[in-house]
Design a binder for this molecule. Structure first.
Ligand SMILES: [Zn+2]
Ligand SMILES: [Zn+2]
Ligand SMILES: [Zn+2]
Length: 184
């Protein structure tokens, strides 16, 4: 049984050796346009339920609605776009309600904030919330991919250490064109 890690694109083979899956790497970070996104969304919700149960946290209806709205696509949404989508028939949600839900989801590592876009994405990669991530932001389709960054994280750590600096929240966001838009 071969396991392909969605975050790193690495393969664990039967002997437990890890090596890069060059062919699957791009697909894992940026799902193709015709992928089964319903599956992404339902997997992410199931993961959120499991995480909350494990940590004795509550995935309240509001927290779930916010997560589901972000799971509409792999592109980030601003807080106000999110409020627009969640507000039904004239009853507009208070921003604080949505921000509180976002804070909770971010603490649990289920949602990431994309600083350069001032927007939020649902994480579909099921990594530990402490893992450093490189966000790859497609300028064409708006999708955000999460790439593995162990080497980048090590470089940042040693560069910071050399400057006598203790890094707390490294944010790495790279704009560009995703493999699917490049091919189109
Ligand atoms: Zn998807
Ligand atoms: Zn993530
Ligand atoms: Zn793209």
């Amino acid at each position: 049984m071969v396991h392909v890690c969605e975050v790193t694109g690495t393969i664990d083979d039967r002997k437990g050796a890890k090596h890069l899956a060059k062919k699957t790497n791009l697909r894992a970070v940026f799902p193709p346009p015709n992928h089964d996104h319903g599956r992404c969304a339902s997997d992410a919700i199931a993961h959120a339920e499991a995480i909350c149960a494990k940590r004795a946290e509550r995935l309240t209806p509001m927290r779930r609605r916010v997560l589901e709205a972000l799971l509409a696509s792999h592109a980030p949404l601003g807080a106000y776009e999110l409020i627009d989508r969640l507000s039904v028939r004239g009853s507009r949600l208070a921003p604080i309600t949505v921000y509180r839900a976002l804070d909770f989801l971010r603490e649990q590592g289920l949602v990431h904030r994309i600083e350069s876009r001032n927007a939020f994405i649902a994480c579909v990669h099921n990594h530990d919330s402490g893992d450093p991530v490189v966000f790859l932001i497609c300028e064409k389709c708006g999708a955000v991919g999460e790439a593995a960054s162990a080497a980048v994280a090590d470089t940042i750590k040693s560069a910071s250490r050399a400057a006598g600096f203790r890094p707390k929240t490294p944010v790495i966001e790279i704009s560009g064109i995703c493999a699917h838009c490049k091919a189109a």
